[in-house]
Design a protein around this ligand. Structure first.
Ligand SMILES: [Zn+2]
Length: 191
């Protein structure tokens, strides 16, 4: 059972109470999630992580302005799947890892995920992204098959292939915002 409170200023946020041991903060799209134990104090989590939160607010603000100028790429689902598969095969050879299934499916809160058995799933919304961002997403997921956590080793692996990863993260965030707007316009539920 989780319990959530939502708000929107100065960043959209959600306070989620869960049976967790330690509080944590996550940025999901342009929403900040403050996850606290059942009797935890969200204000304290905010106070203790002020600097990180301010950085995220600034990141989302910059991404919003980039979102106005990014263009959605027209591409069929079939072509997108073939592209994802081709990139995954290319990078699995490069990284010397064994790749399981490569899947594309709609996901609400992230661009991709992978399982420890080597299966990689990419969000079908990435269909509208330029190829360099799709490459970046697939590479990120494959690196998790080498390093599970987003630690320093993982970040170095990413930076080796994508030295401009900060710029790419900002563009991804901008596309996330843009695609959410598109969904709002056609009346699909967000969240
Ligand atoms: Zn990751």
């Amino acid at each position: 059972m989780t319990d959530a409170v939502r708000g929107s200023f100065p960043i959209r946020y959600r306070i989620i109470r869960k049976p967790v041991k330690h509080p944590r903060l996550e940025l999901w799209g342009s929403e900040l999630r403050i996850i606290v134990p059942k009797n935890g104090n969200p204000l304290r989590v905010i106070r203790e992580n002020r600097r990180w939160i301010i950085e995220q607010i600034e990141f989302v603000r910059r991404a919003r302005s980039v979102a106005d100028r990014v263009k959605l790429i027209p591409r069929t689902r079939r072509k997108f799947k073939a592209l994802v598969r081709k990139i995954a095969e290319e990078y699995s050879r490069k990284l010397n890892i064994s790749l399981g299934d490569v899947r594309v499916r709609k996901m609400k809160s992230c661009w991709g995920c992978c399982s420890k058995s080597g299966n990689v799933t990419i969000n079908s919304e990435a269909q509208y992204l330029p190829e360099n961002l799709i490459r970046y997403l697939v590479y990120h997921e494959l690196c998790h098959l080498i390093r599970w956590r987003h630690d320093r080793v993982f970040r170095e692996l990413i930076r080796k292939a994508f030295p401009n990863c900060e710029e790419l993260e900002l563009e991804l965030q901008a596309y996330w915002i843009k695609l959410n707007e598109k969904r709002l316009q056609i009346g699909e539920p967000v969240s």
